[in-house]
Design a protein around this ligand. Structure first.
Ligand code: GLN
Ligand code: ZN
Length: 784
């Protein structure tokens, strides 16, 4: 073993000696907060609605924390996290801890209470919420701290300490988790007014002063271990950012005496420079790595790991729902133990378990075979402990052999493998698929058939989802109403939506998607290879959770999925009716994806299934087909070096779905999330005839790409108003925005549409907004 750096041995913390006999070295990075049946969601929403008190909410939260700690303690976990609970978001908790409340919220100092906390999270009667953005490449969203040169920091939320004490009172020793100071600052944005001139990292010194107070109080409360989450270490960081880690932890070192200090990373491998930076710091007792998504870190560990330190090996996947392959993990762990030394290896999860579902026990509708392939958070805790015990020479043979049997059954199950699909997908690799004619020739051919005015108007697909509609779908699912009654109700709804669009004089119509509960689930339910949970919820933001489908097998399409409804809708009007599909990349990115083949292979399979649907729609006379890729941008990998590969197969998958249609069939796509500038060439490469893009909050940004000379010859509809807000835009305002777009884009390619589906809005908002939108388009047509 070659050790490239010099280290001095740190004495083993007394805590470890005291407990080493009792417990194996298992560690959990973090745990879901929502509860097995989303108890926290309901408690929060009831509190927000004024239907319950703060005490009621606190009681639910405390019960949840207690049951989580107890579960981990019972499972034999030694390093149990605390402060991984949150009423809304762990980054917002850190903002509260640091007292970094933006002044507009009017906080006067003192311990931050629910009022200020939830105002920052959700806004209040007079103020909007703080900005929210994606947490790395997960589907979780955090509240972005806003920092400026005048931000004052003061220790203003003692949550970490009170949770530690709360667990201690239950007889459970926990490891408080804090978001590390450097990641906190790197995830912050400069406050309004100093956007260009200010770097939040310059506040490091001030922030560290508060961290020192927190550490002192934790120690005084009896804490013996602490975990610093520094996930930004896996990103592309520059040397001055890496230097901030050295500066921060050298500064904190004096507060660490007597503490076991773990620095925890996750979501990818740690680049070599970052690895060297942190492992050369002697203040840490342990280093936590994601060894599921970050297998390259294993090579770095092999080339040198500081002697005497603990390696916290994240081998149990916190981002997915598959049971761990215990035999394979054990062999990885044994290899690592040979490097770091006996007793120095801690078995862990790859990241917080908050990114997976909570407890498989509550899944009564999944069959036993599929269940045997799965592990949710509660099961993963048990896996961690089983691995830790096995590593310590106390292997639970029965548990391991049951796991091996389940792994074998998954490998050989005919439900997983479909030879025909495998071959069809394999045949796609290495070849390219695109429509033979250029987009401008196609647009000409389509225009001859469609005969649309300039600045054609359309919407993105869904219309308001009323309570009645939801009830109809629910009752049909529960067999409470017959298929006939169901079809009749949906048909009436479609008819209503079609007539409304004709009255509004929209040019390209939609059927409104009344038969769909969710744009991914609707297709997953009809494709083979998908399974659905009853309670497999994952927090998306605040009290909002999503329930991703599970893709467990080769994907195929037994029969047409949308043709019935789309042709029915088309028969109600002489205007073109868009067929409405969800694209393969979005289905993939919003599902739990199988881990036994590369993601792109699964994506190609879905692409082939959607391709069949596209062809069936075309054969049924649908002339415009929209294939939504709402989530294409959000699947972009964390590191730039991986972008090209992802974009290549993602864009290829999209093209596969429609490469076979005639020139006269118009393919639309739609994308959410407003930051497209870095992937504009991939968007062009999708080769859709028309793209509608969510844009309403950042016209300038999108348009600047075109201003800078990017050539875009296909149809494009940057959303002309924000559907996320109940506000009704005026005709003038919309016309003004279209005019701005016309300054950069050709008249003949510009479409006029809202920026996303209308399903979360009310008819009282949709009708006037669309009326104004159509009026604006007509106004400009006259002028052009
Ligand atoms: N067609 C979908 C709808 O209109 C698209 C939704 C989305 O982009 N998230 O609801
Ligand atoms: Zn959208």
């Amino acid at each position: 073993l070659r050790l490239p750096f010099s280290f001095s041995l740190s004495p083993p913390p007394p805590s470890l000696l005291a407990t080493a006999k009792g417990k194996m070295a298992g560690h959990i990075v973090g745990y879901p907060r929502m509860g097995p049946k989303r108890e926290l969601k309901f408690a929060l929403e009831s509190f927000w609605d004024g239907k319950s008190t703060a005490e009621d909410l606190q009681k639910v939260a405390a019960d949840l924390r207690a049951s989580i700690w107890k579960q981990m303690a019972d499972a034999g976990i030694k390093y149990i996290p605390s402060n991984s609970f949150s009423y809304y978001d762990q980054v917002l908790d850190t903002t509260a801890m640091l007292g970094a409340v933006p002044p507009r919220y009017g906080w006067k100092g003192g311990e931050i209470g629910f009022d200020t906390y939830f105002s920052m999270a959700r806004g209040n009667a007079s103020l909007p919420a703080m900005e929210m953005t994606k947490w790395f490449d997960t589907n979780y969203h955090y509240i972005v701290p806003e920092l400026g040169p005048d931000t004052n920091f003061s220790y203003s939320s003692h949550k970490a300490v009170s949770e530690y004490k709360e667990a201690k009172a239950l007889g459970i020793e926990t490891m408080p988790v804090l978001i590390g100071p450097v990641s906190y600052l790197l995830l912050s944005k400069p406050a309004k007014g100093v956007e260009k001139s200010f770097s939040p990292l310059s506040l490091l010194g001030k922030v560290l002063a508060v961290y020192k107070e927190v550490l002192a109080e934790l120690k005084a409360a009896g804490a013996i271990r602490i975990q610093f989450d520094e996930p930004t270490l896996v990103m592309d960081l520059g040397s001055h950012q890496l230097q901030a880690f050295t500066d921060a932890y050298s500064e904190l070192e004096s507060s660490f005496s007597g503490l076991y200090v773990l620095i925890q990373t996750y979501f990818a491998d740690v680049p070599e420079a970052a690895y060297k930076t942190i492992t050369s710091l002697n203040c840490f007792t342990g280093f936590g790595f994601d060894l599921v998504r970050g297998t390259k870190t294993i090579d770095l560990i092999k080339s040198g790991f500081p002697s005497g330190k603990y390696l916290v090996a994240g081998v149990v996947d916190g981002r997915n729902i598959w049971a761990n392959d215990l035999a394979s993990s054990l062999s990885t762990l044994e290899g690592l133990e040979a490097i770091v030394g006996k007793g120095k290896l801690v078995v862990s999860t790859s990241c917080s378990l908050m990114h997976t579902a909570v407890d498989l026990v509550n899944e009564t509708k999944l069959d036993d075979e599929i269940k045997s392939w799965l592990a949710f958070a509660a099961q993963k805790v048990v896996e961690v402990n089983a691995l830790a015990r096995a590593l310590a020479g106390d292997k639970d043979v029965a548990f391991f052999s049951a796991n091996a049997a389940a792994q074998a059954s998954r490998k050989s199950s005919p439900r997983v493998t479909n030879q025909e699909v495998q071959q069809a997908a394999a045949a796609l690799k290495g070849s390219d698929h695109r429509r033979v004619t250029t987009v401008s020739a196609r647009l000409d051919a389509q225009q001859k058939k469609l005969n649309l005015p300039i600045l054609p108007t359309t919407t993105i697909g869904s219309f308001p989802q009323t309570m009645d509609l939801r009830r109809v779908r629910r009752e049909y699912k529960a067999n409470k109403i017959s298929e006939e009654e169901y079809v009749k109700a949906i048909k009436e709804e479609i008819n209503k939506v079609v007539k409304l669009q004709e009255e509004l004089d929209i040019d390209v119509l939609v059927h409104g998607e009344p038969e769909r509960n969710d744009m991914v689930e609707y297709f997953g339910e009809q494709l083979s290879g998908f399974a659905f949970t009853s309670n497999g919820w994952v927090q998306s933001y605040g009290s909002r959770c999503v329930k991703p489908p599970i893709i467990y097998g080769d994907v195929s399409r037994p029969k047409a999925m949308t043709v019935f409804w789309s042709s029915m809708a088309q028969s109600m009007t002489s205007r073109p009716m868009k067929g409405m599909l969800t694209g393969p990349v979005t289905i993939l990115n919003w599902s739990f994806v199988r881990n036994d083949q590369p993601r792109f292979e699964t994506c190609y399979q879905i692409a082939l299934a959607i391709k069949k649907e596209v062809e069936d729609l075309e054969a049924a006379g649908i002339q415009v087909i929209q294939i939504d890729e709402a989530a294409l941008r959000e699947g972009l990998p964390l590191r730039k070096s991986e972008h090209a590969f992802y974009l290549d197969w993602a864009v290829h998958s999209f093209r596969i779905t429609n490469c076979g249609v005639q020139d006269t069939t118009q393919i639309h796509t739609h994308m959410c999330y407003s930051n497209f500038n870095d992937i504009i060439h991939s968007i062009i490469n999708m080769d859709a005839d028309v793209i509608t893009i969510e844009n309403s909050r950042s016209d300038e940004k999108l348009l600047s790409v075109f201003r800078e000379g990017v050539k875009y010859g296909a149809g494009i509809g940057p959303g002309v108003y924000d559907i996320h807000s109940p506000r009704i835009p005026s005709t003038e305002e919309i016309a003004d925005r279209i005019n701005k777009m016309l300054a950069v884009l050709e008249t003949n390619i510009l479409w006029v549409n809202p920026d996303c589906g209308l399903k979360t809005r009310k008819y009282a908002e949709v009708k006037p907004a669309l009326t104004n939108m159509v009026a604006a388009a007509k106004l400009l047509r006259k002028e052009l």
